[in-house]
Design a protein around this ligand. Structure first.
Ligand SMILES: [Zn+2]
Length: 313
C-alpha cells in the first residue's frame, strides 16, 4: 500500500502542472466505452490458419490499398527486422519498436490462426509511421488509431474477397479496448482519491474497486499489482487505445456518410509525424475545445459515443 501511495505521489510530482482537468479529455473517452454495453467476448479461435497464409492476405490487403504499400510490406517482411516467434499457449503481444541501434523492428509472436494476419497488419502500420528520429506527440496519440482502423479495413477486405470468417478478431479488439478503458478509469480514480485525501488506505482502495462490475474486480486487483511492480502509471499509454477504437468506429461512419475515404486515411498515416493533433481531429470533422489538453467539444464526444455503440460487438 505504501508503494502505491509513493507511485501516485511521484506521478503527481512529475506532472508538476498536474491538474485533474488535464485528464478530463481522456476520462471522457474511457467513460464512453465503460458506459456502453460490455463487449461480447468469446474465445473460440481454434481453426488453424498458417502464418504464410496470414502474410499472403496481409500483403494482398496492403497492395490493394496502394501498390507502394504492397512494396513496403514485401520489403519489410523480407528484411532482418521482422522477428517471428511461434507461441503455442500464452498469447504474447506483438509490437514494433526501434532497437538500440535505431533500426525499426517488428516483433510478431504468432499462433497459427487468422488473428496473426490482423496482428501483422496492425504492426506493419505502426512500422510505416514510426520515424525513429522524429518521435512526435501526434503520432503517439494516433498511431493506435491508424493500426486499429487498418485492422477494420482488413476485415472488410477479407469479407469482400474471401469466404473466411474473421469478425471474432474485432471482438478481441473491442474486448481489449474495454479492458484498457478500465485501466485508464481506475488509474484516474486512484490519482483523484490521492489528491483529495493525501493517501489511499485499504478501505479506500476497496471502495474504488467495489464500484466496478464484479466480473472485472479480480482483473483490476491484478492490474494494481502490475502498477506497483512496474512503478509507474500508464494513463497516457493506455489512453492511445481508447482514442484508437473510438476514432476507428467513428471513421466507419464517416466513410458511410462519404465524408472520409481511404486516401484521406492513408494521408494521415503518411503525414502523422508532421501534423498537429488538432489537425488530425479536423480531418476527421471533430472539434477540439482545448488546445492544451486536446479535449474535444461535447458534440464531438457525442459523435464518438454514437459510432462506438453502433459498431461495438
Ligand atoms: Zn498497436
Amino acid at each position: 500500500m505504501d508503494r502505491l501511495n509513493e507511485i501516485l505521489f511521484q506521478y503527481i510530482m512529475q506532472n508538476e502542472t498536474f491538474d485533474f482537468d488535464d485528464y478530463s479529455g481522456i476520462y471522457k473517452l474511457s467513460d464512453i466505452i465503460l458506459n456502453s454495453k460490455v463487449p461480447n467476448f468469446t474465445d473460440k479461435v481454434k481453426n488453424r490458419f498458417g502464418i504464410s497464409k496470414s502474410f499472403q492476405l496481409s500483403y494482398e490487403f496492403f497492395n490493394c490499398l496502394d501498390e507502394s504499400y504492397g512494396r513496403y510490406f514485401l520489403d519489410r517482411v523480407n528484411s532482418d527486422d521482422l522477428i517471428l516467434k511461434y507461441v503455442k499457449v500464452n498469447k504474447e503481444t506483438a509490437y514494433s519498436y526501434p532497437d538500440e541501434d535505431g533500426n525499426k523492428k517488428i516483433y510478431l509472436p504468432y499462433s497459427n490462426d487468422i488473428c496473426d494476419c490482423f496482428a501483422l497488419t496492425h504492426e506493419m502500420f505502426h512500422d510505416m509511421n514510426l520515424q525513429v528520429n522524429n518521435l512526435s506527440i501526434t503520432r503517439s496519440l494516433f498511431t493506435e488509431y491508424i493500426s486499429m482502423y487498418g485492422e477494420m479495413l482488413l476485415e472488410e477486405f477479407i469479407k469482400n474477397n474471401y469466404d473466411i470468417k474473421c469478425s471474432f478478431c474485432s471482438r478481441y479488439t473491442f474486448n481489449g479496448s474495454y479492458l484498457k478503458a478500465l485501466k485508464v478509469d481506475i488509474q484516474l480514480k486512484l490519482v483523484k482519491c490521492f489528491i483529495e485525501n493525501g493517501f489511499i488506505d485499504y478501505f479506500k482502495l476497496d471502495e474504488i474497486i467495489n464500484n466496478y462490475n464484479p466480473f472485472y474486480r479480480n482483473y483490476l486487483v491484478k492490474y494494481i499489482n502490475e502498477i506497483i511492480s512496474s512503478e509507474d502509471l500508464s494513463i497516457g499509454y493506455e489512453g492511445r487505445y481508447l482514442i484508437g477504437i473510438l476514432l476507428s468506429c467513428y471513421s466507419k461512419d464517416l466513410v458511410l456518410n462519404k465524408k472520409y475515404d481511404i486516401d484521406t486515411f492513408l494521408g494521415i498515416n503518411e503525414d502523422i509525424n508532421y501534423m498537429y493533433p488538432d489537425e488530425v481531429y479536423n480531418v476527421l470533422d471533430l472539434d477540439v475545445s482545448d488546445q492544451y489538453t486536446m479535449e474535444l467539444t461535447s458534440g464531438s464526444y457525442d459523435k464518438l459515443a454514437k459510432s462506438y455503440s453502433k459498431h461495438m460487438r
